[in-house]
Design a protein. Structure first.
Length: 198
């Protein structure tokens, strides 16, 4: 068996073939600092007013926020693509927004969108908003880790928020382990469960 050693490409975006010719290649994702973003994420609503077709849900949540009647858990159920996770993220922004409701910067319960918390949640790198794909992390070990982490206070924000996407795929044993935490979570924890089954 013969191995070819190839010299480093002379120009970005090209590779040296084993025959010594330069060939074009697709640009790597690391070359593009922003990467490709799926249209559904690029144009994901960032405010309750931007969510289409869910007026009854957004109105109810905005009323709860304006009256400071925050539940310890929410279940969003429905078909794929109707906005369950999007609404959960908007509520997470509204709850952890650093701008007080009723101020000139934030006259309604809508998140301000400019404070550090809102920006980090929108970008998906907020420490206190944990989005878990329950279809992948569905075992009892992952749920035990979640239960242990929920005991600790939020690092910076007002609430530590867990968004369990595809929560119907959690195994029965794992759900039983999570049940007590879901029913009586610490005061600083809020759960959002997204289900595709009724």
């Amino acid at each position: 068996m013969k191995y070819f050693s190839t010299p480093a490409p002379t120009q970005p975006g090209t590779i040296q073939s084993p025959l010594g010719r330069s060939e074009a290649r697709w640009p790597s994702r690391s070359a593009n600092t922003h990467g490709y973003q799926v249209l559904a994420r690029k144009y994901r609503p960032q405010r309750f007013a931007d969510v289409a077709g869910q007026d009854h849900v957004t109105r109810t949540l905005m009323n709860a926020l304006s009256q400071n009647r925050i539940a310890h858990g929410y279940i969003f159920s429905g078909h794929r693509g109707i906005g369950k996770t999007t609404i959960a993220r908007i509520v997470a922004q509204a709850l952890n927004c650093r701008t007080t409701i009723g101020t000139p910067e934030r006259p309604t319960p809508e998140p301000c969108g400019v404070c550090d918390s809102c920006i980090e949640i929108r970008q998906g790198n907020a420490v206190d908003v944990i989005e878990i794909d329950a279809a992948t992390n569905r075992g009892i070990d992952e749920i035990r880790e979640l239960r242990e982490a929920a005991r600790y206070a939020p690092a910076r924000d007002r609430y530590k928020i867990y968004i369990l996407d595809e929560a119907h795929q959690i195994t029965e044993a794992a759900f039983n382990a999570l049940l007590k935490t879901l029913e009586e979570p610490p005061a600083h924890v809020i759960f959002y469960d997204g289900h595709n089954r009724a």
